[in-house]
Design a protein around this ligand. Sequence first.
Ligand code: NAD
Length: 415
Amino acid sequence: MEKPNVCINCYNMLDKIAGRLSLSKSEIDILTIPKRSFTFSFPVIMDDGSTRIFTGYRIQFNDARGPTKGGIRFHPEVDLEEIKTLAFLMTLKCAVSGLPFGGAKGGIVVDPKKISKGELERVSREYIRELYRFIGPNADIPAPDVNTNPQIMAWMLDEYEKIMGMHAPGVITGKPLELGGSFVRDISTSLGGFFVLKEATRDSKVKPSNTKIAVQGFGNAGMNIAKILHGKGYKIIAVSDSKSGIHHENGLDVKKVIEHKEKNSSLSGFKGAKEISNEDLLELECNVLIPAALENQITKNNANKIKAEIILEVANAPITPEADLILEKKKIRVIPDILANAGGVVVSYFEWVQNSMNYYWTTKEVTKKLEDYIVDSTREVQKTCKEFKCTMRDAAYILAVNKVLSAERLRGVLK
Ligand code: NAD
């Protein structure tokens, strides 16, 4: 095979703007072939004394603009192609937000709900033992993603520091505050999403209390954005997780929903709301739909049934490229993932900066800096939309691709 490592998904996602920007073959290759790909297997002793082999991945997609940056996902269905796509999106996301980072992503094929806490810690530490030579504060900086959290980041940091024999908090972000984490990081993706939505709808006269919102996914990103928007007076009419969904036309009391989910480990049975499926949630009549679960939720099969006016992509790649074209024809405004969920990596960047200078900012300072970054990048995307008469996704891609290619050119990799 001529190009065994090319990311076909990335190629398809880039296709629409490649023509507009008249990208050359070498430029497309640079943007769609990851720089480094790691697949590895490692044994872990389980609580019952047996040995289980786990598979891990890390893709360092492009580092022209700085050390690569991207989360680690624990999921039973994670594979190399998914990680490649997510690492490509991280490259573009860091560029859109003007961060001095390239893009990466990692994962382990595991369902963390099916192993014990001790097993989870051993799996997390082994992942770092496999990768420590290739990561570092100035090389590649992991962070949390689906099913990973500050505790897992703490174990990973500890393993890295033990192997290296020194403190190096900047090797990983999304850490607990006690180990060099940043204020606001826990809700940064969702808070960033709120700032993007507010800026992108600034010209509309619609009040938050008249804005109906449906949120798919009730984990870190989905639960927090529902909570933030509810707190700002928006009407959250539906939420869902992997098991079920709930709907109330007049709005849900999100605080009570969170309490219910914490108590019952499920949304199901929440009093006064109607139970709905995930498919129903996506197709609800609402002003803003927020996919905040996994990729490929809106496809060519259901895109025509979407009734929202705006889709805020808090999840990564929740809409397939085919579905995106259908939504564009239906004049549904999509605020793309590389802008909508950039709050997470922006505050990860702040965490890394604070670790580098060993001086820490307050919640107020971090929130203000996050808002400034997000408002600037949203305005830049909107300006590009007007200039190119294109969708927000195309504009964000145009901006990001130009920034990455410009860095490659300055490095002498491209003429
Ligand atoms: P998480 O593991 O905390 O939560 C995921 C949620 O999605 C859970 O509530 C799960 O039950 C639900 N879910 C899974 N499959 C579903 C389905 N088919 N329908 C409805 N719900 C489903 O993960 P997270 O950190 O909240 O990440 C969610 C998305 O946001 C991912 O796409 C992730 O890449 C993206 N994201 C997260 C961050 C972050 O800082 N956490 C940053 C940027 C992007």
